[in-house]
Structures are given as structure tokens and as C-alpha cells.
Design a binder for this molecule. Sequence first.
Ligand code: NAP
Length: 243
Amino acid sequence: MTNKVILVTGASRGIGRAIAKELAREGNTVIANYNKSKEKAEELQVELRQEAVDIDIFKADVSKREEVSQMVSYVLEKYGKIDVLVNNAGIDLVKMFTDVTDEDWNYVINNNLYSVFCVTQEVSKSMIKEKSGLIVNISSIFGQIGASCESIYSVSKAGIDALTKSLAKEFSLSNIRVNSIAPGLIDTEMNNDLSEEDIKNLEKEIPLKRIGRVEEIAKTVKMLIECDYITGQVISVNGGWYM
Ligand code: NAP
């Protein structure tokens, strides 16, 4: 699985960081996108350099077309192609539906769904020319089953899964595969608002009785790169929380 050019969005922290690390360690050329966490992205570079592994980092807010366009141009000019795109960047909003404002709606949809539309559109033009590519979208279990007080987040993630299936059909003629990974509860800063007790209670509901690790999502991306007969799927990585 070496020598692929792979762009991972939102790779400064959490799941994206683990994906970028795993794929860079496998010998791929990885471009780790970040937005606000420059220091964390630079730390990742230093950490990997100590293992003699190279990783490129690029700042762009993926909810802004111009910044996305600059990022994709940078990657294409420097590396010539993008073999794999991982749309991972995302944010959460926990609020009662009746309190959600238009600004909240725009914030969540722009960061979670418009961003995937925008990055995928920019990258897919080059994949179509190459007649080859893989797009992996990180959605969520909540796009599948809904979540109380996270309705807009759930909408954004269900939208990603619908886009995944539509593009898997549309891009199949260009030999481009498109899949989603729908994680359950994963141990990252996104869940910092949950208390230890909240987590213990949630773990009781999960058949495997624990929350997930970022490395488990990274391994799933690796599996999707390796198995080239999988397209249009939403792969649940959730400890059996939703079957
Ligand atoms: P996290 O620890 O909060 O990290 C989020 C990452 O996304 C950060 O690297 C952040 O970069 C980046 N990001 C956010 N908005 C961005 C933007 N506009 N432009 C560029 N980068 C942006 O969250 P996580 O748990 O790793 O989540 C990663 C993905 O998995 C998200 O799509 C999330 O919805 C999904 N997910 C997470 C869980 C979970 O339980 N953790 C479950 C299901 C799905 P900066 O800090 O540099 O801005």
C-alpha cells in the first residue's frame, strides 16, 4: 500500500491525526490538513520525523472554497495527483433543537457537509482525469440513527452518507471508489464534554463494552485502500452499538 498520495483533512488532532500517522508510516505521501491547530500539526511532523517518516502539512479551512482550492492546487503542483482523499474534518454541536439558530445550522452544515462537497469537487476533477481514486468520508453513527440534541450534526452526517452513495455510482465509470466510515463513540477531544460517568453509561449500551480508539478508524481507512472491490458503503466501526 505504499507510494500513494493521500490528503487527509482535519489531521491535526483526533481521528484524522491517527489516519495520517498510520498511512505515512506505511510509506505513503501524506498531506495533513489543519485549520486552527498549527502547533499540533507541527508536532505531528516532528514526531514522525523522529521515526524517519515524512509528512507534509497544509493550513486550510475546508469550509471555505478559496482555501480548499489553494490546498488542492498546492498538492497537485507538488505531487502531481491525489490517489486518496480522506474527508475527516468536522465539528460537533450539542444543543436542543428549539435553541438551534440559523447561524448554528450554517456553522455545522458548512464545516461538516459543505466542506466534504467542496474538497471532493476540487479533488475529483484530478481523479477523473487520472481515471483512478479513492474517497473516504468520515460520517458518524448519528447520521444512521440520529442523536437527541445533536440533530444538525446528525443531518450533516446523513448527508455525507447520501453523497457517498451517489458519488460511488457517478464516479464508478472513472474507476473512483467512494465510501464512508461511520464511527461510534471514539476517544477524542470531540467528546470532552462527556463526564466519566456519561462514558461509563454509554459503554454499558455498546455490545463490546468500550468506546473506540482512533487507531481503529485509521485501520479501517487502510482496509478500504487495500480492498478495491468496496464502493458505495457506509462502514460502521462502533463496537456493535448500531447493527
Ligand atoms: P477532534 O478531535 O475535535 O478533531 C477535529 C479535527 O477536525 C481537528 O483536526 C480540526 O482541525 C479539524 N477541523 C474542524 N473544522 C475544520 C475546518 N473547517 N477546516 C479544517 N479542519 C477542520 O474530532 P474527532 O473526534 O477526531 O473527529 C474527526 C471526525 O470524526 C469528524 O468528522 C467527526 O464528526 C467524526 N466522528 C467523531 C466521532 C467521535 O466520537 N470522536 C464519532 C463519529 C464521527 P484544527 O483543530 O486544526 O482546526
